[in-house]
Design a protein around this ligand. Structure first.
Ligand code: ADP
Ligand code: MG
Length: 702
């Protein structure tokens, strides 16, 4: 790294200037801009064009090519107003090439019509198409030319900005121009070390900003459209770096507080392990050892355990819990849904019963006396607590929380995770954290999404499982599917029928599931059918799950509430209705509910025709692959990281410029640069975080 002085730019030191310091920006416009996330002058620098229009050239009308945008000049040769099916204005422009172009308008005002005086010169920009009367443009941008303006064109491409109600292109063009006039001196603006820029062949920030806002004639518009122009890449790199720095900082600050050191013979863990009805896989043993090593340290553990559905993460967590409990500390396990949390409570209760440990249960639905009693036990130091988000609420206080376990991490945000950590009692230090996820995060993404975590991977399934066979069929073959369920029931095997989300409403989904349930009950009178959805009371849900678990039901009709964690090894057939509505990762999760026993299992993905090409590809991938990582990579490519991880929920930054898929190649360089900056130029690191992440947090809060 270059010996660049570690001094943040003046513009950052004095705080960013508000947009109101620009001429013409009063409270009304400032309010509208704020609605677009633009509050300071700096936000305008980073308000990048969506695309560009090339108005640096004039095309003779005779040479216009269909399908491409072009700019022409011509004199009004004829104007025709008509009403065929709707109002229509046609203006014929003729240029010196002798050819004619028709401008067509369907909405127009009288004043506009009056403007088109025969013989007057106009310039028009728009996409060309060929109608029955030769070339035409529909609703082009146009303006009337003064005599001396004819033939005069600019030497910059015109940026087209993301606009909003009351903040149009003209305003944005002007404001961004003014904002660029206020850029500090290039060396003051620059936060990246010169050596890094040179090594990566990236332009300075000053050059990059001026280029993206005002690309010179001859710029590679195709590169711009794909977001890979060096000027854009330079900004993307800086944004990725800032986010990486912010996550690294967070990690360092979390780790600077000591955690309880968990030592001891581990008798409890050994007893637990001996009582298990199976032997740990090699992958589980490796991860258990990694966790154990973390717990011995005074630095708080922050470990993500990643493992495909059914890889056996829960037992790894239970073994960690046993160690922490033996050392006299409390353990809390939090799961994202009531159903999953209940199932964990159930499993842990069974595993820990021989050790005389009974988990405390806490969810939002625990009220009144039961709640106060749970809170009292937690405050008094109960060794093990299992629950939902309710564990993070006000009023929940642990006496000496030593380990916080969070299941299905992708459902929780970074901030929520940190909140549970803050539940540790003062003086005891911060608790260790173990987070578990079945969403395989592609490596590239994991580095950015989880820069604050160490990652362990359980990369093998317990032995004796047969991979799930997946078939994709149209809903028209529902009858065959019903027959298959009947046969399965006769053979004593259990079946899931999953109703996908119709709307983002538990109520409506519950109704739809209810209707499917009724239909299946009458079509399959000799099967015992159960119904599970989010609107049932906890006791009802528990009863249904328990019945299915012990084999008292043959068919379980459920909404996607069963997506995570549900574990019934005799279930070997799953039908997913309207599978095309779900994401790949989610379907993979669902499918993981079957194939848990030694018996061969099948997952039927039923779709509603017609299937889009994208949906077809996605379903075909699921049929072909059982590899969660491959599926996640593909999902990432098809849908983007926000969808895969749930941007909002993960606290994964919503990038303004960078795109984790497109810009993944920068990630190694981003990591190196972030390490170097944190070690050698912490003030520059702060300035970068402030510039990019500070603003993102403001947006999120808005
Ligand atoms: P997930 O990783 O999806 O959370 P679970 O922890 O729910 O998986 O485990 C899935 C099932 O596999 C459970 O029934 C669990 O008891 C069982 N299991 C876990 N580890 C093993 C193992 N080593 N051998 C056999 N079965 C195991
Ligand atoms: Mg699980």
């Amino acid at each position: 790294m270059s010996p660049r002085a570690d001094a943040p730019a003046a513009a950052t030191l004095h705080g960013p200037e508000p947009v109101t310091c620009l001429p013409g920006v009063g409270p009304t416009l400032a309010g509208r801009l704020a609605g677009m996330g633009i509050e300071c002058v700096r936000d305008l620098w980073f308000h990048l064009p969506l695309r560009y229009e090339d108005r640096t050239r004039l095309t003779p009308i005779a040479q216009l090519a269909a399908g491409a945008p072009a700019q022409v000049e011509g004199r009004v040769a004829a104007v025709e107003r008509g009403f065929r099916y709707r109002p229509l204005l046609r203006v014929a422009l003729e240029d010196d090439s002798g050819a004619t172009l028709t401008l067509r308008f369907f909405h127009f005002r009288a004043a506009q019509v009056a403007q088109f005086e025969p013989g007057a010169w106009f310039r028009a920009y728009g996409e060309v198409r060929y109608g029955s009367h030769g070339p035409e443009m529909v609703h082009p941008r146009y303006r009337r030319l003064a005599e001396q303006e004819r033939g005069q064109v600019g030497d910059r491409l015109d940026p087209i900005y993301p606009a909003a109600e009351g903040v149009g292109q003209a305003t944005l063009l002007r404001l961004v121009g003014r904002a660029l006039d206020r850029l500090p001196a290039p060396e003051q603006l620059e936060l990246l070390p010169t050596a890094v820029l040179a090594q990566l062949h990236l332009p300075s920030l000053d050059a990059a900003l001026r280029t993206v806002h005002r690309p010179p004639v001859g710029s590679d518009l195709d590169a711009f459209a794909r977001g890979v122009h060096p000027a854009q890449q330079r900004l993307a790199f800086e944004e990725l770096l800032a986010h990486q720095l912010s996550l690294r900082r967070q990690r360092l600050s979390v780790r600077s507080a000591p955690a309880p050191r968990i030592q001891g013979p581990g008798r409890l863990a050994q007893a637990l392990r001996r009582a298990l009805p199976f032997r740990l896989t090699a992958a589980q043993r490796r991860v258990v050892a990694e966790v154990q090593a973390d717990l011995k340290s005074r630095e708080p553990m922050m470990r993500l355990v990643q493992g495909d559905v059914g890889s056996g993460k829960t037992v790894v967590a239970a073994l960690a819990a046993a160690r922490v409990i033996e050392a006299g500390h409390q353990v809390a396990l939090m799961a994202p849904t009531e159903l999953l949390a209940e199932q964990h409570a159930h499993n842990l209760a069974a595993w820990f019963a021989p050790l005389q440990i009974e988990p405390v249960w806490l969810s939002g639905k625990v009220k009144g006396k039961a709640r106060s009693s749970a809170l009292a036990r937690i405050a008094a130091g109960a060794p093990l607590t299992v629950g939902t988000h309710a564990l993070m609420q006000e009023g929940v206080g642990f006496a000496r929380l030593g380990l916080a376990i969070i299941d299905e991490q992708h459902r929780f945000g970074v901030h929520q995770r940190l909140r549970l950590r803050d539940k540790g009692a003062a003086g005891e230090g911060v608790p260790h954290q173990l987070v578990m996820t079945a969403t395989p995060i592609p490596r590239t993404l994991a580095m950015t999404a989880y820069a604050d975590l160490d990652v362990s991977v359980i990369d093998a399934l317990p032995p004796g499982r047969t991979p799930v066979r997946t078939v994709v069929i149209g809903a028209g073959r529902r009858g065959e599917v019903i027959e298959r369920i009947r046969a399965s029931g006769r053979a004593g095997r259990q079946v899931y029928w999953v109703c996908t989300l119709i709307e983002d409403s538990e109520e409506i989904d519950a109704q739809a599931a209810e209707a499917t349930f009724q239909a299946l009950c009458s079509q399959l009178p000799d099967l015992r059918v159960g119904l599970l959805h989010g609107r049932l009371k906890p006791a009802q849900k528990q009863a249904v799950m328990a019945a299915f678990q012990r084999g008292g039901l043959d068919l379980l009709v459920a909404t996607t509430v069963i997506e995570v964690g549900v574990d019934v090894s005799n279930a070997s057939l799953m039908i997913v209705e309207n599978a095309e509505r779900l994401g790949l990762a989610q379907l993979h999760q669902l499918r993981g509910r079957v194939g848990r026993g030694a018996e061969a299992s099948t997952c039927v993905l039923m779709y509603q025709a017609p299937l889009s090409e994208m949906a077809r590809q996605r379903l075909a991938l699921l049929r072909r692959s059982n590899d969660g990582f491959e599926i996640a990579e593909k999902d990432l490519q098809l849908r983007g990281p926000g969808e895969l991880l749930g941007t909002r929920q993960t606290g994964l930054p919503g990038f303004r410029i960078a795109d984790l898929v497109r810009d993944a190649r920068w990630l190694p360089a981003v990591r190196d640069a972030s390490e170097a900056l944190l070690a050698q130029a912490p003030a520059t690191a702060d300035a970068l975080i402030e510039r990019w992440v500070g603003a993102a947090e403001r947006y999120a809060a808005a």
